[in-house]
Design a protein around this ligand. Structure first.
Ligand code: LLP
Length: 420
């Protein structure tokens, strides 16, 4: 267990979290390297005998130390903006292992990707195909392209993170995919390589992949029947993590679906996992500022807020909350609302959560916060970005400094008026 109690104190790979809080302050994200590695190995092992490349979806956690940890294990990167591409390259991911996804890449971003010479650009629409062709011709380069298709499969996840239904903004619908692929083959500057699909995030039930990859297989066959070459398939990300004791999807079962549906097509495969690589490897550590007895509720007011961890506010997401100092086995549990200091009611991490007695000054950990935590944080309410710490083999290191007030304020500039 990456996070467990040792002598009554919650630790990250054996490093006591209270010591980290003292050294770095709170709020702070803490990641356990052992867990990050184990999560990567779960994919590597399940797909050991398949032609599969694992490209870490940076959007889940784009800290460069995390990216380079995965890169050293052999991972590539799935990026969705020029910023993410720069992070991947700066962290040591070779361009030949970078895939660029996203529904709204600008011409500048497409040009940057071509100049960097990345592995593949996943194109999501006809206008994007045309833009990429024009940019590639202008630069005298050839763009390796995969067409993202929308298989119209419901991933059975939260509506805001389901991406493969026909009403979602992503991909080209199946019915028009061969036509679009043929068009791509005819456009100058493009080298169509295959197809991409991503049906959503936080899938605890992997059956929707069976449907989606079944459609993908039919599409490859239809495309080849039209006389076109398909060499690669990008299968997206999406494997979920247990936030409240659910059963995690089994990598071997997932690999079996991939093999059954796509194994005999002779394609090179890419996976784009994000959450399942980092989610359970991180916690957000916070300190209780006050315990407030409301008229009807007890509020635990902590120094982390929705700007640091948006998921509860945005998706009503559940994160386990554990006191850093282990409660006595017979401690009475009582319902509390765990909230941050931000001036809106949505700044609530948990409602009526049963927790042991807690006092001001105590430390709590929001569990399973390694994915879409720090990466989605902001400075709302002028709260500086929090620090991030990596724990590895009994040692710890700051991997993102806490933003200073000076840095935060310095982005605003006094107006220097100009005439149009
Ligand atoms: N590939 C593509 C094209 C994606 O859009 C995503 C996630 C991934 C891969 C990685 O998916 P994962 O393996 O992490 O499920 N902020 C939300 C999650 C948004 C996911 C967006 N796309 C959350 O906190 O739940």
């Amino acid at each position: 267990m990456a996070f467990s109690y040792v002598s009554g104190v919650l630790t990250a790979d054996g490093v006591p979290l209270d010591r980290l809080a003292e050294a770095v302050g709170t709020p702070v994200y803490v990641y356990a390297a052992s867990r990050l590695r184990a999560n990567y190995q779960a994919y590597a092992q399940a797909f050991a005998r398949d032609p599969v490349d694992v490209c870490f979806a940076l959007k889940a956690n784009s800290n460069q130390s995390i990216i380079s940890l995965f890169a050293r294990l052999g991972a590539g990167a799935d990026v969705v903006s020029e910023g993410e591409m720069r992070r991947a390259l700066a962290a040591g991911v070779p361009p030949q292992k970078v895939v660029f996804s996203g529904v709204g890449k600008t011409r500048d971003e497409l040009a940057a990707a071509l100049v960097a010479g990345i592995h593949q650009i996943n194109v999501e629409s006809l206008p994007e195909l045309e833009a990429l062709s024009a940019v590639a011709v202008e630069l005298g380069r050839t763009a390796p392209v995969a067409l993202r298709i929308n298989p119209d499969v419901d991933a059975g996840t939260h509506g805001k993170i389901a991406t493969g239904r026909k009403e979602d903004k992503f991909g080209i619908d199946l019915g028009h995919a061969v036509q679009a692929y043929a068009k791509a083959c005819g456009l100058p500057g493009l080298a169509p390589k295959g197809y991409a699909v991503h049906i959503g995030s936080q899938l605890l039930n992997i059956n929707p992949y069976d449907d989606a990859y079944g459609h993908l297989s039919d599409l490859v066959i239809a495309t080849r029947e039209a006389g076109l070459k398909v060499e690669r398939l990008d299968l997206g990300g999406g494997l979920g993590v247990p936030y409240r004791g659910e059963t995690a999807p089994d990598h071997d079962a997932y690999a079996a679906i991939v093999r059954k549906r796509l194994g005999n097509l002779g394609c090179r495969l890419t996976l784009e996992p994000g959450r399942s690589l980092v989610g359970d490897a991180g916690v957000l550590l916070a300190r209780v500022i006050y315990v407030k007895e409301g008229l009807h509720r007890r509020f635990l007011i902590v120094d982390a807020a929705m700007n640091d961890l948006m998921r509860p506010t945005l998706y009503d997401a559940y994160h386990g909350i554990r006191p850093v100092f282990e409660a006595a086995a017979d401690a009475p549990l009582a319902p509390m609302d765990v909230v941050g200091p931000i001036c809106e009611t949505g700044d609530t991490f948990a409602r009526q959560r049963d927790l042991p007695p807690m006092a001001a000054g105590e430390l709590v950990a929001f569990m399973t916060a390694g994915a879409y935590g720090a990466a989605m944080s902001s400075t709302y309410n002028s709260r500086p970005l929090v620090a991030e710490v990596l724990v590895d083999d009994g040692q710890w290191a700051v991997i993102r400094r806490r933003q200073t007030f000076e840095e935060m304020l310095a982005l605003d500039v006094a107006p220097q008026w100009r005439h149009v």
